[in-house]
Design a protein around this ligand. Sequence first.
Ligand code: GDP
Length: 366
Amino acid sequence: MEHPENSSEYAGLQVNSGVEQPSIVNPYLKHGRFRRRELSVGEMVEGILKGDVTILSQAVTLIESVNPDHQARAQEVINKCLPYSGNSIRIGISGVPGAGKSTSIDEFGMHVLKVKGGKLAVLAIDPSSERTKGSILGDKTRMEKLAQHPSSFIRPSPSAGSLGGVARKTRETIILCEAAGFDKIFVETVGVGQSETACHSMVDFFLLIQVAGTGDELQGIKRGIMEISDGIVINKCDGDNVDRCQMAATNFRNALHFFPMPDSGWSPRVLCYSGFYGTGVKEIFDMIYEYVDFVKANGYFDYRRNEQSKYWMYESINEHLRLNFYNNPQIKAQLSAAEQTVLAGQKTSFVAAQDLLDAYFAQLRK
Ligand code: GDP
């Protein structure tokens, strides 16, 4: 429509009618012109072996996908990468939220890359569905220096599924990272619950980060976690916290005396450091490399990796059977009724479980 101010009354003032607004949808996207071509398994493996991080990321996404087709392709890629994997040092890093894991990993990573060179991948196992107190394990924004380092690859925890499922994906990702030439792998996990056991089952050295509290911190930490730790490090040993950290370290050392000698023959050590100021980090890595030399010499390094491979074979079987059972349409239909019979006291939990399993196996035999 002609603009009213274009009437002769306002001579000298010309208002143009404006231009049509472009669509907010990018037309090229609509035509799929920029859609990324799906790489074949062979191309993926070739890219990974060349150390192409973009292709490595795509392959990890396949591992994390729940789509059965993606899963099948992921397994092919993993199988082809397997012969090129294993040549790394895998370090598990655990600690409660706020212990300083991300601050420390940033510092640890920069240190180890500077001193030892090579390439570092940081992965994570975080089974909690609502993420750990708001922090996403393995999040790049929490490891600012490392995220910008050209030799680092940081990948947050796979999110979907059970702890077993999440951990298996991280374990598979380790294989791809190693095939891509990453010779140092950090696996970050949160030190509450079962996830540190899963983490322990895929690393060569398990490092537990602690903070000094009010002096009774030993009561709060589970015996099981201390037992699987190859090293305990007390963070935030800076400012007026130094004395408290050293006292905590002494407490931990005393407590460790009561544990039996681990199979590795290595007595776990306790060190203090500050992830924030980077003090004491060198000593931690000297310890880790000393451990690696020690267990490579006494054969425990290979023994532990073999045990882990066996463990993961059984874990995969368990996970597969579990999913197959729960995804069975007949079981799905009967599950909530079975729950009700247990709640109503009509059947014991064991009988209800047995009935469901009988129904499942009977169906398999058909
Ligand atoms: P995460 O949840 O275990 O990953 O812990 P963060 O790395 O996010 O650290 C939690 C808080 O502790 C942050 O406010 C850090 O700045 C602080 N922090 C971490 N390391 C140190 C340290 O060595 N000294 C001090 N004083 N504070 C630290």
